[in-house]
Design a protein. Structure first.
Length: 64
């Protein structure tokens, strides 16, 4: 993956944390796999933690 592509993936993860979290929470296995691949190739620790925070928020919403 080129540096430019990595930058684009990083930008996507930064701008779409809530969307990625919702796909992980509610998507099918294939969709979840794509999200995990995006995070693995473009997410920083901070971005992954932000997605985890969103997942925790979704979990609390579902528990209500």
């Amino acid at each position: 993956m080129s540096t430019e592509q990595k930058g684009e993936v990083f930008e996507f993860t930064t701008e779409n944390k809530e969307f990625l979290s919702r796909v992980l929470a509610h998507g099918g296995p294939e969709a979840r796999g794509y999200v995990l691949a995006v995070l693995a190739h473009g997410g920083t620790v901070r971005e992954i933690e932000a997605v985890q925070d969103e997942l925790d928020k979704i979990k609390r919403e579902l528990a209500e």
